[in-house]
Design a protein around this ligand. Sequence first.
Ligand code: NOJ
Ligand code: CA
Length: 702
Amino acid sequence: MKYSISLSLLFLVFSCSIPSYKSSSVSSPNGDLKIDFFLVNGVPGYIADFGNTNVIDTSFLGFDLKDQPGIGTNLKIVDQSAISFSETWEMPWGEQRQVQNKYNELTVELQETRALERKVNVVFRVYDDGFGFRYEFPEQENLTELIVEDENTQFKLTGDHMTWWIPGDWDIYEHLYNTTRFTEIDAVSKRNHSNLAQTYIPENAVNTPVTMKTAEGLYLSFHEADLTNYAGMTLKVDEDNLMMQSELVGSDITGYKAKVAVPFNTPWRTVQIAERAGDLIESNLIVNLNDPNILGDVSWFRPMKYVGIWWEMHLGKSTWDLESTQSMNTVVQGDAGTVGHGATTENAKKFIDFASENNIGGLLVEGWNTGWDHWIGFDDREGVFDFVTPYEDYDLQEVVRYGREKGVEVIMHHETSAAPRTYDQQKDTAYALMQSLGIHSVKTGYVGPIIPEGERHHGQWMVNHYHGVLEKAAEYQVAINAHEPIKGTGKRRTYPNAVSREGLRGQEFNAWASDGGNPPEHLPIVAFTRMLAGPIDFTPGIFNIKLDPYKPENQVNTTLAQQLALYVVIYSPIQMAADLVEHYENQPAFQFIRDVGVDWEQTRVLDGEVGDFVVIARQERETMNWFVGGITDENGRDFSLDFDFLDSEKDYEARIYSDDAAAHWDENPTAIEIETRTIRKGDQLDLKMAPGGGFAISLIQK
Ligand code: NOJ
Ligand code: CA
């Protein structure tokens, strides 16, 4: 790792012309983005300008606290300081190897002018691609603990922006995205979704990342970084004033939002700003606002593709539990026994054989442990799963041994059924078992309302649970892929074992959602919203698009070519080839999944528009080969691909997987054309994406 750190005093404006108004400013390294911090009559706030455009207007800051006056009035500036910082750090695996972290920082130290004289610092870090700010409560006599009833951080918008949003649900992120003007956000109408195992939307608020486009054509995305020992933040919508205000996720048990000991730093409140939609995806603001890796050497984890005993349960072909009565959202049709248990030793070996023959490194097995007869829909879920006891038809040791012989690593599965206290008690034992077997990753799950009742998936108590899992897992060299997780906030920089997560409507909804599944525009929105929070375990690669014969009422709403493109468009160091292995047999298009990389030297977002389409090129670290993926919404479109990003003086063998002229996500989803030709830097290729379609290209150096 190479660091070059330079500290210098920045240009600071400190004007005292009007006694009740003080301000300081800090600009991004390239000077385009400027933040003005101000204090009006003792109340702190800020404004953000990008070039000549005001992007965040007068916005105030403050807290309501329990058992003491709030903080945010009667303040004076005690001191302020500024630094410039620049370093380049290396991701152990990621969208790119080298990450530049370059910013200017302003720290304003505030203190109350009244009796308690409490202190709080506001710190702004301003980058070329956006800014973050946080509150730092230094050690002090009159403030030893904060019980936060509300954090009142404002983001005052400068127009009625087009907004891509999901509701500010305290329990789940698995909502469809909505595209409306800011003033038309109506999160409360999204309550009572029949396909969610838990959901709680108390008011008109959105979850983050929430992305917007301004009338001037600027892209903004609001999120948070380094969410540690605090509640997740939703943003309350005040449509009359074009204002968003932080609304932290609460707890019915405590009645407050967060309780922390001082000294304490809040998470960063972040705003990404871009002139090109694709620059939002290329931005590293969120990871940069987290501390460096504290785990050291994490080479025990290898990025990989994986297959799984998984989709078959979502299709209702087999079950998680032995008694064969329960599937995920529906009771399996037919007599118990006609549909068998999925996680058998024999089935696992079949998948291992397939993986080892097809350049796939991992096998996920769900439903391997006892307890599945008592998870979804039960209130008494404590102590049901123990994470070490296999069903009688699954020989864990033998599956692991067979996998090792064939070069395939088993991925553990821990469905906690949202009983985190049980999981906390068991996790040492569970990870010790994994370590003894040489298993280095686990998919965790938190389906259902949290036990104890009254805690929410995104509240402080669960934020701390998810964090504790990461820390404990690291002790046993275990990486976590969490489903029903807390959102990604860039912690993977500090804890690289946070390899991936769900936290969106994944592929599984296509198998059983009663609302028609994920519409074709879903992923072209996800790429510019959820994906800004980090890796996604979306589980692409469904070839049997119509889910025939298992789910006559459901289907995947993309073409086959788009399913391939997702391996490039969606970033995750673990990528599932999610379909049943028999659906991959004799499929020439499967060659793309065999070839595609999972760990990248660099990423270029070639083009895109939020909710319409996106085209991404990524260079594989190990081989320096390139892969390109393009996806579109329900509208077909032409795309002229410029191969300028390739190395000059090299010939590449390009295999192009594109929608056939007659392809269509609904009417003709599997019509695909596969063509091989030589491509070099400077070449151009005209591609047609079908409605709901896309293309995938592998470029292998000759
Ligand atoms: C929900 C997860 O998202 C899904 O992938 C998993 O199969 C089920 N929970 C069971 O754990
Ligand atoms: Ca899920």
